[in-house]
Design a protein around this ligand. Structure first.
Ligand SMILES: Cc1ncc(COP(=O)(O)O)c(C=O)c1O
Length: 439
């Protein structure tokens, strides 16, 4: 009789063959982002499928442990996207369990307008007011000089992303938050592996968030996570993720508290099943064990991926130096070691080029490009049409400049040295053809 082990061995062999024959194709384009995987991810997904369990399970637990250890914090909690992670993170700060530190409707949260919409949206969804600081054109991160202008009596938190993997000035931001007793949320979705003073980004704020959509440093198909060092915040986050329930049993487990029928909550009768007691305004933001299985395989490759990103970034910096009169090249904080998501380029004032001409030329040569997400988010239709209430600290001059002049190209592990050389050569050719006197 064939055992379970025998059958799994055969399945794994077939998965390997399938990957080798049909999926392991070299790409001809130079993608701005994308997932890199091999048969290991597929074997783990199949393994998770064969468990017949599928919701949060052993792979989720393993990934959460690996991620928390990597970032250097106590808790990691898997969710179904980076946007869900941001929603759960912000909603957690509105929990009554936080007493007077709780964020309430009408409070203000300091952030930037040059970023991804779902960093800002949870603030609006909670009935709070985003207060936008301008950013620096070279780092694309918050201009920390603006923080004190943004402060008011209503300020409760700072919610910032490490833009394109480039850590913001964590010394200044954490000092500001400590001084004014503010929560700090780090959107680390684009910055897995970035460091500041030798510590991973994601370990500085009260809560940090991650996206594992295929564009990111590692993927789980669709997915995200939150990390925190705080036991109470971790409990609240899990509750908000799991319908708001008070019970902290993991999926499939019963009576971890040993008092399942012995609690008194709210105005419910004594002994009401703890599984059906709700103490937060929750959602279902959970992911599946099949997605977590991919993440476990990807986690083992993370340091290799980061090295390629670093190498590609350095090669691009070297190759693009000759265009410094045309482009503002990226810079980092002196204590930062970015794990770059992409390579940003910003056209200099009066350089004589139009961004769309360059993008069209690059895209026609199969070189992927992206803009810096929403540009100035206050100019997006959803802000205007919903009459979103916000405040600006000073002005958004640099944010507008980035909206009009910045784009980024890929440094991801699907791009090799040959690809980087192609990008540099194509840019030279493009700039030459658009204006022969560009140098
Ligand atoms: C900075 C930032 N935050 C949040 C997200 C949202 O992540 P997801 O697409 O997994 O919802 C993204 C998406 O790429 C992002 O770039």
């Amino acid at each position: 009789m064939r055992t379970e082990k025998d059958v799994k061995k055969d399945i794994n062999k077939l998965v390997e063959e399938y990957f080798r024959l049909f999926l392991d194709k070299k790409r001809k384009d130079i993608p701005v982002s994308g997932k890199k995987y091999d048969s290991q991810e597929l074997k783990y997904i199949v393994d998770a499928a064969l468990d017949g369990w599928w919701t949060e399970g052993r792979y989720t637990t393993e990934f959460e442990k690996k991620l928390a250890k990597y970032i250097g914090v106590k808790h990691a909690i898997v969710v179904n996207s980076g946007s869900s992670a941001n929603l759960a993170a912000f909603t957690a700060l509105t929990s009554p369990k936080l007493k007077e530190k709780r964020i309430r409707k009408g409070d203000e949260v300091i952030t930037v307008a040059a970023g991804f919409p779902t960093t800002v949206n949870p603030i609006i969804q909670a009935g709070c007011t985003p207060v936008f600081c301008d950013v620096e054109v070279e780092t694309l991160d918050v201009d920390v000089k603006q923080l004190k202008n943004a402060l008011s009596k209503k300020t409760k938190a700072v919610f910032l992303a490490h833009t394109l993997g480039n850590p913001f000035n964590l010394d200044e931001v954490t000092r500001f938050c400590r001084k004014h007793d503010l929560w700090l949320l780090e959107d680390n979705c684009d910055a897995l592996g970035s460091e500041y003073k030798g510590k991973h980004t994601g370990s500085f704020g009260d809560i940090a968030t991650y996206s594992f959509y295929p564009a990111h440093h590692i993927t789980m198909g669709e997915g995200g996570a939150l990390t925190t060092d705080d036991d109470l915040l971790a409990k609240i986050i899990r509750s908000i993720r799991d319908w708001g329930r008070d019970c902290w049993c993991r999926t499939g487990v019963d009576n971890s508290c040993g008092k399942r029928y012995d609690w008194k909550h709210g105005k419910l009768p004594f002994g009401y099943d703890h599984k059906y007691v709700y103490s937060e305004v929750g959602y279902n933001l959970k992911n599946t064990d099949l997605n977590a299985a991919i993440a476990v395989a990807q986690m083992d490759k993370l340091s290799g991926f980061i090295k390629v990103r670093e190498k590609n970034f350095k090669l691009l910096s070297k190759g693009l130096k000759k265009f410094e009169k045309t482009f503002i090249l990226p810079k980092s904080e002196k204590d930062a070691k970015p794990s770059w998501f992409g390579y940003p380029l910003t056209l200099r004032k009066n350089c004589g080029f139009k961004r769309e001409d360059i993008l069209k030329a690059l895209n026609s040569k199969k070189i992927g490009t992206r803009l810096l997400f929403a540009g100035n988010i206050t100019k997006q239709p959803y802000f205007i049409e919903n009459k979103v209430r916000y405040r600006v600290a000073g002005n958004l001059k640099n944010t507008d400049y980035i909206m009009e002049n910045t784009f980024w190209i890929g440094v991801n592990p699907l791009v090799d040295k040959k690809g980087i050389n192609t990008v540099v050569a194509c840019l030279e050719e493009t700039l030459d053809s658009l204006s022969p006197v560009f140098k």
